[in-house]
Design a protein around this ligand. Structure first.
Ligand SMILES: *Cc1c(COP(=O)(O)O)cnc(C)c1O
Length: 453
C-alpha cells in the first residue's frame, strides 16, 4: 500500500464541477439592498468581470478550465492525496484516514485555486487593478501571486490586527508585488467612518471588504475579488475534490466521511461537492461535515436569512446562515474562519440536510494539530486543525462503535506563517470562547423582515 497517491499532470481535471446543477433546491437569489429585488448581472458589473458573473449565476454542471489557468495550476497541481498511516497508528484506529494536501501551493493554501482564474478573467476583460481584503493573509497572498502572473496591480486591505501580528504575510504579498494597507485605513469612506468612531479599531474582515469594494466601485479600471463565499469561488475549488475522487479510486476506496474547516465555505465545497454529487445523483451514503470554530458558529448557531456580506452594507443581501454582518468574533488564531456568514451554496445544502456542521473549540483543535504534526510531519494551518480535530472525533467514534470508516479530509494549508498561534498554544495563553446568544440578536435586529419565504 502506498502512502501517497499522485496524479499525473495529464490527469488533472479540465472542468470545474458546479453543484447547483444537482441541487434539489436551487439557491435563492441575492437581493439588491435598496430595491429588495434580485440583483442582475449589470448590478455586479462594476465589481466583477462578466465571465465571473456568468459563472456566479450558472447552472451548468461542468465549466471548462481555461488552458492558461490549467498551465498555472501545474505549478503545484495535481496535489497529493496522502494516507495518514502515522495518524492512524497514533490513534490506534481501525478506520482509514486520507488527506488531500493543498499546502504546497504558492501561498501555502487552497486559495490560489480561485485566485488564478479570477485574475485571468479580469485580465481578459482589460482590468488594470484588483482590490481585495485579507484576514490572516492567506487570500491576499494568493491573489498577489495570481496578479503577478498576469501583470495586474493588486491592492490588499489587511485586517489591522493581522497586519500588526503577521508581518511576514505582508512581506510575502509585497514579494509578489502587491500594495498592502492596514484596514481600517484613511483611504476610504468606510475606513474613515470606522476610525472616526473608534480610532484604535483593530479591523475586521467585514470592514476590509467594505474598503476594497469601495475602491473598486469608484474606478472603472479597478475590480474587486473575493476569496470565499461566492458561487464562482466555490466552483473553482472543486478541482480539489475531483482530483481526490480519482485518487481515492486509485486507492480502491470511497469516503464514508468528508471533512473540512469552514470559514466562508470554499475549501469545504472544494473537497466535498464532487463527492456530494454521488450522494445526490447516485444515492451513495457519504457524510460531508463542515467544521467551524465555536467562537464564530454561523452554521450551528446562526440564522438562515438575508444579510450583507460586509460591515458597511455595500454588498448584495445574501440568503445564508449568518451571525449578523456586525458580529465581531473573538480574536482566535484561525483568522480564516472568523467570517460572520457562510456561502449561499453551503447554507442551502445544510438547510436541506445534505451536509452537516459542527463547531469546535480552539484548544481541542490545536491539540489535534500537534498530534498530527508529530504523526504526519506537517504543521497544519490553525484553520485546518479544525478539520483534523473532527477527523479524530470520527475515528474514535467509529472505534467505539466497532466499525471502520474511510475518512477523507482537506488539509487546506500549512501553518508556517502562523507559528505564533502554536507558540501561544504552548504558552497556555489561548482560551476557549463560548459564543453568547445575545451577540447574535443585537447584531441581526437591523436586517428585520427579509427572511426568505
Ligand atoms: C481562507 C482559509 C480558510 C477558510 O476559508 P474557506 O473559504 O472556508 O475555505 C480555511 N483554511 C485556510 C488555510 C484558509 O486560508
Amino acid at each position: 500500500m502506498s502512502k501517497k497517491i499522485f496524479l499525473d499532470e495529464k490527469e488533472m481535471p479540465t472542468h470545474w464541477y458546479n453543484v447547483v446543477a444537482d441541487m434539489p433546491n436551487k439557491p435563492l437569489p441575492p437581493l439588491h439592498p435598496g430595491t429588495k429585488q434580485p440583483v442582475g448581472p449589470e448590478d455586479l458589473a462594476p465589481l466583477f468581470p462578466m465571465e465571473l458573473i456568468m459563472q456566479e449565476v450558472s447552472a451548468d454542471r461542468y465549466i471548462e478550465i481555461p488552458q492558461e489557468v490549467q498551465d498555472i495550476y501545474k505549478i503545484w497541481r495535481p496535489t497529493p492525496l496522502v494516507r495518514a498511516t502515522g495518524l492512524e497508528k497514533v490513534l490506534g484506529t481501525n478506520s482509514k484516514i486520507y488527506y488531500k494536501y493543498e499546502g504546497g501551493s504558492p501561498s501555502g493554501s487552497h486559495k490560489p485555486n480561485t485566485a488564478v482564474p479570477q485574475a485571468y478573467y479580469n485580465k481578459k476583460e482589460g482590468v488594470k487593478k484588483i482590490t481585495t481584503e485579507t484576514g490572516a493573509g492567506q487570500w491576499g497572498t494568493a491573489l498577489s501571486f495570481a496578479c503577478a502572473q498576469f501583470g495586474i496591480e493588486c491592492d490588499v486591505y489587511m485586517v489591522k490586527v493581522s497586519y500588526d501580528q503577521k508581518p511576514y504575510r505582508k512581506v510575502l504579498m509585497n514579494t509578489f508585488g502587491a500594495n498592502v494597507f492596514a484596514s481600517p485605513s484613511n483611504r476610504t469612506n468606510a475606513g474613515r467612518n470606522i476610525l472616526a468612531n473608534d480610532p484604535d479599531s483593530t479591523g475586521s474582515l467585514g470592514i476590509a471588504i467594505s474598503e476594497a469594494v469601495e475602491m473598486a466601485a469608484s474606478d472603472s479600471e479597478t475590480k474587486y475579488a473575493l476569496g470565499s463565499v461566492l458561487n464562482h469561488v466555490l466552483l473553482h475549488q472543486t478541482i480539489i475534490g475531483q482530483e481526490a475522487e480519482k485518487q481515492m479510486e486509485y486507492a480502491g476506496d470511497f469516503p464514508d466521511i468528508v471533512i473540512a474547516p469552514l470559514g466562508g465555505g470554499s475549501n469545504f465545497a472544494g473537497i466535498s461537492f464532487p463527492f456530494l454529487k454521488h450522494k445526490i445523483t447516485g444515492g451513495k451514503s457519504v457524510r460531508c461535515i463542515a467544521v467551524e470554530p465555536a467562537s464564530c458558529p454561523k452554521l450551528t448557531k446562526g440564522k438562515f436569512m438575508y444579510d450583507f456580506g460586509d460591515t458597511a452594507g455595500y454588498t448584495p443581501l445574501l440568503p445564508m446562515y449568518t451571525l449578523g454582518h456586525n458580529f465581531k468574533p473573538a480574536a482566535i488564531h484561525a483568522g480564516g474562519l472568523r467570517y460572520h456568514g457562510a456561502s449561499v451554496l453551503c447554507s442551502q445544502l445544510l438547510k436541506d440536510g445534505l451536509i452537516e456542521a459542527v463547531a469546535l473549540q480552539q484548544l481541542e483543535c490545536f491539540e489535534a494539530g500537534v498530534v498530527f504534526a508529530k504523526a504526519e510531519g506537517i504543521v497544519a494551518a490553525p484553520e485546518a486543525t479544525h478539520g483534523i480535530a473532527q477527523v479524530i472525533r470520527e475515528a474514535k467514534k467509529a472505534d467505539e462503535e466497532g466499525v471502520s470508516k474511510t475518512i477523507l479530509f482537506n488539509l487546506c494549508g500549512h501553518g508556517f506563517v502562523d507559528m505564533q498561534a502554536y507558540a501561544d498554544y504552548f504558552a497556555g495563553s489561548l482560551q476557549n470562547h463560548e459564543f453568547e446568544g445575545n451577540e447574535l440578536t443585537s447584531s441581526l435586529e437591523e436586517i428585520g423582515a427579509l427572511q426568505p419565504q
